[in-house]
Write a protein that binds this ligand. Structure first.
Ligand SMILES: O=C(O)CCC(=O)C(=O)O
Ligand SMILES: [Fe+2]
Length: 321
């Protein structure tokens, strides 16, 4: 009998869950499923260890992206703008994006820059420098696809669906890999400007390689308080996103989060680089209340909608278009 607990609650209430027993099909698998189900209903945030992601591929992407961010601004801006190449890269400079706008809150642009890639997303041609940055993105992307598949199978067991229920929705998935650089704040942020403004993620789920630093990820509790998400070396932060919340008839939650500014007395030691992988289904996927969430007298709260139409609707709402 395995008696060791699978989920270790951190002092902040975001559990750390070792998914190794599930991936390896061991006796502790059902405890993993239970712990993840509880987290998805509670805050929609949890950390995973035992995930099997290659630390070498993670560090290679981390280091090559960092080398890119350290290149001169002109070089960065002259590469990775545009939308000509499927599977290309897109560079987004500091203050280009204000995530809080997606919640109808007007703020200055976020104090961050990012590099973006998706197998089926458009970008620009890859830069020559740093060498091999494209393969670093592609290799890490495939690590994330594998972990995402394991997590989806855990979700299926938790919900009471066939293990591969979600897989057809992810055959032509629109997932996006982003490396974000939050630089030192040599220039003070503007009023209301954060490293990343409050938002929820739009898609199915996000798998984040976080980094401990002053000025890190914060998650909003249901009573409106902000918790610092724990940052544990080698663990990934996973959160449920909006389309999955809708798919689950709002039983699994997509929770607002943000990235805080470092305190002014931490100047010089608060550069941070995070790597979110936004797991998104294909455009054609129908987001229609999953049967177990609208059984036994429970009613579907939303009309079925394709993921493509859903994203268009969210973008229109967020940007008033
Ligand atoms: O950098 C982080 O820790 C989180 C970033 C984030 O929430 C996002 O880009 O959606
Ligand atoms: Fe996010």
């Amino acid at each position: 009998m395995q008696t060791a607990p699978q989920a270790e609650a951190t002092d902040q209430g975001i559990p750390v869950i070792d998914v190794g027993p599930f991936i390896r099909g061991e006796a502790g698998a059902s405890a993993v499923v239970k712990a993840i189900e509880t987290a998805c209903r509670d805050t929609g945030f949890f950390l995973v260890t035992g995930h099997g992601v290659s630390p070498e591929r993670t560090m290679r992407l981390y280091n090559l992206a960092r080398a890119f961010f350290d290149l001169p601004e002109d070089y960065k801006r002259s590469h990775g703008r545009g939308t000509i190449l499927n599977g290309g890269m897109a560079f987004s400079p500091i203050a280009d994006e204000a995530l809080a706008a997606t919640k109808g809150i007007k703020t200055p642009g976020d104090y961050k820059e990012s590099l973006n890639f998706g197998l089926r997303l458009n970008g620009d041609t890859w830069p020559d420098q740093p060498e091999n940055i494209e393969s670093a993105f592609r290799d890490y992307f495939s690590e994330m696809e594998t972990l995402a598949r394991h997590l989806r199978r855990i979700f299926c067991q938790a919900i009471g669906l066939e293990p591969d229920y979600f897989e057809p929705a992810f055959e032509n998935h629109l997932s996006a890999l982003r490396v974000i650089n939050y630089p030192e704040q040599d220039v003070d942020p503007l009023p209301g400007q954060l490293r990343a403004g409050v938002h929820t993620d739009y898609g199915f789920m996000t798998i984040l390689r976080s980094e401990a630093s002053s000025g890190g990820l914060q998650v909003q509790t249901r009573d409106g308080r902000w918790l610092d998400a724990p940052s544990i070396d080698g663990a990934y932060v996973v959160n449920i996103a909006d389309a999955f919340m809708r798919w689950s008839n709002d039983e699994w939650v997509s929770t607002p989060h943000r990235v805080a500014n470092p305190p002014r007395n931490k100047k010089g030691s608060s550069r941070r680089q995070s790597i979110p992988f936004f797991v998104n289904p294909s455009k054609e996927t129908l987001i229609s209340c999953l049967e177990p969430f609208c059984a036994n007298g429970k009613r579907a709260k939303y009309e079925p909608i394709t993921y493509g139409d859903y994203i268009e609707l969210k973008t229109r709402q967020a940007f008033g278009r």
